[in-house]
Design a protein around this ligand. Structure first.
Ligand SMILES: CC(C)(COP(=O)(O)OP(=O)(O)OC[C@H]1O[C@@H](n2cnc3c(N)ncnc32)[C@H](O)[C@@H]1OP(=O)(O)O)[C@@H](O)C(=O)NCCC(=O)NCCS
Length: 142
């Protein structure tokens, strides 16, 4: 990881910057829109779930390491384009895995779009593999 980068939990004061990071850097297709209200609700429910990487006081990376009491899911892995390929995503994944293991998780998973070659390179390089026998089934909640 580059010098001066630290990883910690996001706070409610980070929400505007997080949304800006995701608009600029995240994979945004095929999912519900991000809102400040949704991020604040996540932080209220689980204050340690959203990890951020900071550099010079700015958020340069993110990972939601979610634990629902039964399974662990990773979301919103993104690194600012100017800070990529320096190990920030790997460090976020290691911090997220440590948190989820401590909560009892025995398996970690992430949803990765079929066309996201960059994301797939990251997950493969981090030891994840697609589970070919499953498809995610969805419908709007209302
Ligand atoms: C994917 C992403 C999070 C990677 O962030 P990063 O900080 O650059 O990744 P790291 O430097 O920690 O790379 C870790 C490993 O991932 C793989 N990887 C990362 N970027 C890669 C690239 N451009 N090409 C090939 N492999 C890559 C490599 O195995 C790399 O290890 P190495 O550098 O030792 O070879 C970043 O490119 C990003 O934000 N992309 C857009 C959002 C996105 O697609 N997120 C994933 C959603 S499923």
């Amino acid at each position: 990881m580059p010098d001066g980068v630290s990883i910690g939990a996001a706070t409610p004061g980070d929400v505007t910057e997080l949304l800006a990071l995701w608009a600029a850097a995240a994979e945004n297709d095929g999912r519900p829109a991000d809102t400040a209200q949704a991020v604040l609700a996540l932080l209220a429910r689980d204050p340690d779930a959203c990890l951020v990487a900071r550099h010079s006081g700015r958020i340069v990376g993110s990972l939601i390491a979610g634990w629902d009491g039964w399974r662990a899911h990773l979301y919103r892995l993104a690194v600012h384009p100017a800070m990529r390929r320096q190990g920030i995503a790997r460090a976020l994944l290691e911090a997220g895995a440590a948190r989820l293991r401590a909560l009892g998780a025995t398996r970690l998973d992430a949803m990765v779009l079929e066309g996201n070659e960059l994301g797939q390179a990251l997950w493969r390089g981090s030891g994840y593999a697609p589970q070919a026998e499953w498809r995610r089934w969805v419908k709007p909640s209302s």
